[in-house]
Design a protein around this ligand. Sequence first.
Ligand SMILES: [Zn+2]
Length: 242
Amino acid sequence: MDFRLEYIPPTAPALKPQVRFAPGLFEKMRFSVGAMPPETYAILSGSLSDPLRVLDFHPMAPPDDARGIYRNSMGTVMLDAKRIEYYANTCLYPFDREILGIAHSHPGDMNSLSNGLPGSGQGDIPSMRAQLERAARYGTPWHNFIAPIITRPGPDPVVTTWIVRLDTPHPILAETIWEKEEPAPEPSLDSELVDLLLARPDLVNELLRRDRLINSPLRIHQKRALRLVQLLHGAHKRRSGR
Ligand SMILES: [Zn+2]
């Protein structure tokens, strides 16, 4: 037996891009598209300078048909282009927000984007590509169409986020990150300092007078602290009429 082993470098699993949703959007998704029977949709908006971070999830109704019934079914949903335009012109563009993509629901466990004839504008991928092409014609730097698919609406909907780009033929599977509200920040040094000054101005005055001994944040903020002492001193004098 004679063979040569060729060195094959270990392949790292390709890193999925992350699509982040701002705090509060998980709830918005869960009580709208994530709760209603498919198919329904929501507009995703944010800034094109941070194109993979969604700042709002705005559910919208499909357009009405001639009988006044929503144009959606278990397997398809029509977007209401007129109202999307109205929404964008009144709620997004004036606030430097842009449409970053559209989330919509699918029946069953169909968590991928539907295809259609290229250029037909029909089906998820062709219609999303058509939007990106239109943006490119207007010189708008919209390169990533964020396209989450929501399945299993109910208490625990499943979200699979895709990114459609013109430079790749297939949608890119992304990691979906739902940001949590940051905990309330610790009280700042300033407010602690003010509390201390109010409680013991004599002590703070004394500490600041002997500033060489101070090895504390008070020293760092000495100038500001002194100004506060003076202000408080002034206020005290005015209040006591001296
Ligand atoms: Zn679809």
